[in-house]
Design a protein around this ligand. Structure first.
Ligand SMILES: C[S@@+](CC[C@H](N)C(=O)[O-])C[C@H]1O[C@@H](n2cnc3c(N)ncnc32)[C@H](O)[C@@H]1O
Length: 409
């Protein structure tokens, strides 16, 4: 740190006597500020009247701490982030500096309220965003978000992908892929191989009318989701809790190798889950459970799969109205929900067991940042490998994200 102490030593002095949860939060904020200091400075400098380099060092640190919470920590409400930082400024520097910190952070909170929280520096050029949004019929805020993340060319490829007529993708379940292909061809249905070597593609029509539906010969599942399951690479015979399971596509595929307990919330979702299981994978045990309050003893399970509720920005091609229903604030809300789900299930994974987190979102706060927050708070877990991210126009499929975490102790 600035006085020469290591990060761990400085943090131990400052936060060593706090309760566990507060100490973890202090660690997360301090580490986060260090990792993203230049980005934070870039966001703060335009909000300060004098040149940023002329702001005193300890005042800069206070502002970075407040800004990090506003920009990155979904679970800290903006008024809490501003209030706590202003209190700290009073203690460290007195009333006048506290007023300055208050003004800068409030301004940031106000602007974020308009633009939603963001993860990436760099404002996209407004003209090109508006033109892209209009040309490809997407909301401007979503296009702006994607341009800052993926750049203009890749965003345009994504917008074009989202406007293509989608295939229906089938994965063999109780039938072999060969039997499924023959039955479809026999019924005069044109069948193609799906991308990513994951299943069969057919065009249009009613899924229920396809041969093999009632017999559970197949399930409807996008190749990106099938790839995410392959990426999870679950050991044969493992005891798996699919904690967000409805309508049950992943549970049905996993049940071919593993012992699966599948749960969800709400009668309607459970009905859909039970229907998939009845047709395609009767060995799956179905139950109602809130994943954030697991009905299992600590350390009981080999694998927990959290296929989280998400903004589904990777599946817009399949749901043409979804782009207009989604609001920026929903992404923030979903990120908090995902955080609670991950926090809830962590304890039931056995030491040496695996936690697999998946979404069909393209948004960093629901994907990589979510995993990073989890790992900061749960040091017993680490990533087993690089995360999987499928970008729709690259693969010709939906988008998908998956992370494989192992509990080490
Ligand atoms: C992306 S979907 C899961 C898709 C499913 N894994 C599949 O492959 O068919 C997310 C699911 O999470 C469920 N969910 C949301 N909050 C939950 C909670 N607290 N506990 C359990 N399930 C929840 C939703 O009802 C929804 O069915």
């Amino acid at each position: 740190m600035r006085d020469g102490r290591t990060f761990d030593a400085a943090l131990e002095d400052a936060a060593g006597s706090l309760e566990d949860a507060d100490r973890r939060l202090a660690h997360e904020i301090a580490a986060g500020v260090l990792r993203s200091r230049s980005e934070l400075d870039g966001s703060l400098a335009p909000l300060v009247e004098r040149p940023w380099r002329r702001v005193e060092d300890d005042l800069k640190d206070l502002l970075r701490i407040g800004a990090y919470q506003l920009l990155r920590l979904n679970r800290v409400p903006p008024h809490g982030a501003v209030g706590a930082t202003v209190e700290a400024a009073k203690l460290v520097r007195g009333e006048k500096s506290a007023g300055f910190v208050n003004a800068v952070l409030r301004r940031m909170a106000r602007e974020l309220g308009r633009a939603d929280r963001h993860d990436e520096p760099g404002e996209p050029a407004t003209a090109s965003v508006a033109a892209l949004a209009q040309r490809h019929s997407h909301p401007e805020w979503l296009v702006a978000r994607w341009v800052s993340r993926f750049g203009t060319a890749r965003t345009e490829a994504l917008l074009i992908h989202n406007n293509r007529r989608p295939y229906i993708f089938l994965q063999a379940a109780r039938w072999t892929p060969e039997r499924l292909r023959e039955a479809l061809r026999g019924a005069g249905i044109a069948v193609e191989a799906a991308p990513l070597e994951a299943g069969l593609a057919v065009r249009g029509g009613s899924v229920r009318a396809l041969p093999g539906y009632e017999e559970g010969g197949f399930i409807v599942q996008d190749p990106a989701q099938a790839l995410a399951l392959r990426f999870a690479d679950l050991p044969a015979g493992a005891l798996v809790w699919d904690a967000c399971a409805a309508p049950g596509g992943k549970a049905a595929i996993l049940a071919r190798r593993c012992r699966v307990v599948a749960s969800d919330l709400g009668l309607d979702r459970l009905r859909r889950l039970a229907d998939t299981v009845r047709r395609a994978s009767p060995s799956v045990r179905v139950m109602a459970a809130d994943a954030s309050a697991p009905p299992f003893a600590a350390g009981r399970l080999d694998v927990v799969l959290v296929d989280a509720p998400c903004s589904a920005t990777g599946t817009i091609a399949k749901h043409p109205d979804a782009r207009w229903r989604l609001r920026p604030a929903q992404i923030t809300r979903l990120a908090s929900q995902q955080e609670a789900l991950l926090r809830g299930v962590a304890n039931v994974v056995r030491p040496g067991g695996r936690l697999v987190y998946m979404t069909c979102s393209l948004e960093r706060e629901e994907n990589e940042l979510q995993v990073e927050t989890f790992l900061e708070i749960h040091p017993a877990f680490r990533r087993e490998c690089e995360d999987l991210f499928v970008f729709p126009p690259d693969a010709g499929t939906d988008g998908a994200f998956a992370a494989r975490l192992v509990r080490t102790g």
